[in-house]
Structure formats: C-alpha cells, structure tokens
Ligand binder design. Structure first.
Ligand code: NOJ
Length: 538
C-alpha cells in the first residue's frame, strides 16, 4: 500500500446510513443488506467515497442498535454475514470503502456476557463494573438527562449496582479488565478481516475511562486507545479509527497524534457553525475553526452538518444556545435533553433551497472530511411525533410510490413510518423525482461533490480563514504548491458585496449561480456562495 492510499481518509467523502431504514429488499418493513447493496449505484453516483454504517449487529433495538447482544453477527432482520460480505465486495467494486460502528463502551443488558456476569459467573463477572453500595456521585455524568436519572442502577439478580454511562439497559464494559480488552481486539480483528476500512468508534472518552466503584471519575487512559490503533494497523495498514470524542479543544491533541485516532468528528466547529448560521455572522464559526486548527499532519477532522443524534449545543453559552433554539428549534418538542435539537437539516432551514445549498457548500469547503447524513442530500424531513432521536431516523425516500419505495410491506409494518404529510412528504421529496430534475437539491449536491473532488487544494494544501469587511461574509483560503482557492459565503438573508478579500486573478469554479464577473469586490446573493480559483488553473 503506498503512502497516498494510506491517507485515503483525507480525501474521502463519507455517507452515514442505517441499514435498518435505508432500503428493504425482503419486504418485511425493515431495511436489509440486500436492499442496501441494490442502492450502491445510487451512492457511487452521488460521488461519496466511503459509507459509515450505524450498528447492524443483533440487538433489542432500544438505543437504535447501540445496545449489542452479539458482536460477531448481523441482526437477522438485515440478513446474515454472507449478505454483509457481499455488500462490502460490491461496495469496493464501485470504489466505496466501508466503515462500521464500533460500540465497545457498553453492551446490551441482554448480551450473554451480562447475563452470565449478573448470575455471578466468575469468567464474566468482571466484564462489567459493580459496586455493593450506591456510589455517592451516581447522579453525575448523565448523558441523557430526562431519559436517564442515574449512572449506577441496582441489578436484582446480582444484588449489586452496575455502572452505565448511557441508558440503564446498557451496562458499561470494564475496560480495566485485560480479558475485556482482549475481547475488544478480537472484535476489531473480526470485522477488519471481512474487508472493511475502519471503524467509527462510539463514545471514545467514556470507552477508555477505567471506572470502578472506588474511582468513579478517572482520567481516560489514552494508552489503551493507542493499543487498539496499533492492533488495527497491524491487521490492515490503511484502516482508520474515526472517533466520536466530543472533547474540549485542549484535549484534542491527546486523542490525535502518533498512534491515536486518525479522525474525529469536529463537534466544536459543528456547534459554532450553527451559531453562525443563526446569527448570520462568521465570527463564531471562524473562532471554532481557529481553535481546532492545530492537529498533527496525518490526522483529519470529520466535518458534518447533522447526524443520527440530536444536534448537541452543550458547548455554547446559555444565551447562544437559546438563540440557536429560537432560530432553528423554536418549539419545545424540537429540542432534546435541554441542550440539543432533534431535527433534520432541511426542516431546520425551513426547506429554503438557498440556505440548504449554502450549508452543503460550506460543509464541502471545510478543512476536514465531510460526512453527509443519509437523506439530507434530498432534503428529507423529520417526524416529531416519534420518540427522542427517532424523529430524524425515518426511512429513506426513494420514490413517490407507496412507502416512498422503501419497502413493499404493509404500511403499518414499517420499522419507522415514512414522512407522508406536509412539505416533506415522500410524494414531494424523493430520489426518483429529484434524479429526473436537473435543478433538484440532489443534483446540486452531486455537482457540489464532483466539484470538491476536482479541487485538490481542499485536501492537499494549507488553509486559513480570511476576514472580509462584512461580518456576515465567511471566507476560507486554501493554498497548495500549484494553486490556491478562495471560498466565500454570505451567511446573511440579504445580498452582500464582499470587500477586503484578495480576488486578483481568480474566477468562479463553483457558485450558487453564474455571477459572470469577479472584481475587487465580490457580489453575493442572499445565502450565496462562490468557490474561486486562478483563471489560469486547468
Ligand atoms: C453515541 C451514539 O451516536 C448514540 O446514538 C448512542 O445513543 C450513544 N452513543 C450510546 O451508544
């Protein structure tokens, strides 16, 4: 494997999807691997280069599959391991790499390990974290306030308390136990040997904290992370770890760096971006980018607009968070856990094509690997009638046919309902119609992705935010050995003229419309954008 290929993740475009709600081939109302395999041409045609699969292992599905009962299997509703391997082969045939979720912080309480542990089986007892007394700080560190009241729950069979960072049906594994770490390595090796290119690692900071009854707030042990990485790299040199680690900027360096994570989701930039979009001001976003700019050369941020979870705004000040709520989630039922927004991209932006295109144009121009949440490329809506984060996890809309072409099952048997009412209903928002319409959002996103892939400056050079004189203008400059690039965005609802930017010798490579002219000042429509590069560039 040559060095360029080892760094494939730097140039990648990742598409996040759930097998369960993507495409149902067997007609039982639940998506499956055969259905997903059939949709690979769509994904290759969109221009993404890697797929991140949310959990698909056997599970009682009380936390959308993040409660696993068998690490070595495929939930029977989705097919079997053979279907999985065939899917990976077909994906690779189309140049698509596959990343899978690695959920090692906790298991389901129905996992055989927990069942054996609670009955006192000496082999498995220490796979989990127990305490005879309820630790005094059992209310600390709750991740889902409102849905969760404690992190230590009493187990009637074991007659002891067990630790669970998340829901009480998700007991945390005891990573301090070498036998557990050995299991973790086996799981990593198993999936890597089925041809995947790496993992999205769930809850990294929690995973590597050695909680015990006597030390309930230990520092994460980053050596363990490095051990997993070295095991992974030994098995497959080009495989990567993409970490879910929503940590403070000053901690980022210890998760990255030699032998650490290859990529991390940039939660800081994500929140600041939404604040900037709400205020129509570039400053917060630029601060976020600056704060997280210094990362080791081979490492890479993963940038995103939305994902399968609530939009977490916990890092914003109370005033800023309230402001973002007011703009993008004004009703209580759109909010979650007091700090998040359980909405999808398109409805948050009121279905306004200009704003949705602006959001994609920003995402694709950021210094990081873009991650697109399935359905956002067609402007999929949400169902606020569903519980918690299920609102944003409804099936993909493939066509205006029954059940949005997702499944041939009777409607009431669908795993989650398709959006069938209002402006985002499937007869209005679906892949088939948008494929036929050259002016559709889908075709815009496809063109934007193609443009990004043709502009190596985005991934091979240096970058810096540049300041225009207008607070609502956000601009980024890229430079590599051969060329340079200037991406300029108007976050405001009124047309603007950007001044103070060095536009000499540049011409539009991609823009929200044909602007005809690049001058010393730069015209931008309301929510308009322009990616510019030297007129002499090939
Ligand atoms: C992070 C996942 O993205 C979220 O959906 C899940 O509930 C928690 N981890 C717990 O596994």
């Amino acid at each position: 494997m040559d060095a360029v290929d080892d760094r494939w993740y730097r140039d990648a475009l990742i598409y996040e999807l759930s097998v369960r709600t993507f495409s149902d081939e067997t007609g039982d109302g639940v998506g499956d691997f055969r259905g997903l395999t059939r949709r690979l041409d769509y994904l290759a045609g969109l221009g993404v280069t890697a797929l991140w699969l949310l959990p698909f292992q056997p599970s009682p599905w009380r936390d959308d599959g993040y409660d696993i009962t068998d690490y070595y299997g495929v939930d029977p509703a989705f097919g079997d391991l053979g279907d999985f391997v065939r899917f990976v082969e077909h994906a690779r045939d189309r140049g698509l790499r596959v990343l899978v979720d690695l959920v090692l912080n906790h298991t389901s309480n129905e996992h055989p390990w927990f069942q054996a542990a609670r009955r006192g089986d000496p082999r498995f007892r220490d796979y989990y974290v127990w305490s005879s007394e309820r630790p005094p700080d059992a209310e600390k560190g709750i991740v889902f306030p409102g849905s969760q009241t404690t992190t230590w729950s009493f187990d009637r069979v074991a007659k002891q308390y067990f630790f669970h960072r998340f829901y009480d049906f998700q007991p945390d594994l005891n990573i301090a136990n070498p036998a557990v770490r050995d299991e973790m390595e086996k799981i990593i090796g198993f999936w890597i040997n089925l041809g995947i290119s790496g993992f999205r690692v769930d809850a990294v900071p929690f995973l590597i904290e050695p909680i015990s009854a006597t030390n309930t707030s230990p520092a994460p042990n980053l050596d363990w992370l490095r051990t997993f990485r070295s095991y992974l790299s030994w098995r497959a040199g080009d495989a990567v770890l993409l970490g879910e680690a929503n940590v403070a900027p000053e901690q980022v360096g210890s998760y990255f760096g030699p032998g650490g994570l290859h990529m991390m989701f940039n939660f800081i930039v994500n929140q600041q971006l939404w604040l900037s979009l709400a205020r129509e001001e570039a400053a917060p976003f630029v601060d976020g980018l600056r704060e997280t700019a210094a990362i080791p050369g081979a490492d890479r941020w993963a940038m995103f607009l939305r994902n399968n979870d609530e939009l977490d705004l916990a890092r914003l000040s109370d005033d800023d968070r309230r402001f973002v709520f007011r703009r993008f989630a004004p009703a209580q039922r759109m909010q979650l856990y007091g700090r998040g927004i359980r909405r999808r991209l398109a409805p948050m932006l009121r279905g306004d094509r200009r704003r949705i295109e602006l959001a994609f144009a920003i995402l694709l121009a950021l210094p990081g690997t873009p991650v697109i949440y399935y359905g956002d490329e067609i402007g999929l809506g949400e169902d606020l009638g569903l519980r918690e984060r299920d609102a944003i996890r409804t099936p993909m809309h493939w066509s205006p046919a029954a059940n949005a072409g997702f499944s041939s099952a009777p409607r009431r048997e669908l795993v989650l309902p398709v959006i069938s009412r209002g402006a985002f209903a499937y007869p209005r928002v679906n892949v088939a119609d948008q494929q036929r319409d050259p002016d559709s959002l889908l075709n815009f996103v496809r063109r934007a992705i193609q443009q990004r892939r043709q502009l190596p400056e985005f991934t091979s050079g240096t970058w810096e935010p540049v300041r225009a004189r207008q607070p609502g203008i956000f601009a980024l400059r890229y430079q590599n050995d051969e060329s340079r690039l200037l991406a300029v965005f108007n976050l405001g609802a009124s047309p603007a003229t950007a001044t103070g930017l060095d536009t000499a010798g540049l011409t539009d490579a991609f823009a929200n419309r044909d602007y005809h002219h690049v001058g010393r000042t730069l015209e931008l429509d309301a929510y308009g954008f322009r990616w510019l590069r030297p007129s002499t560039a090939g």
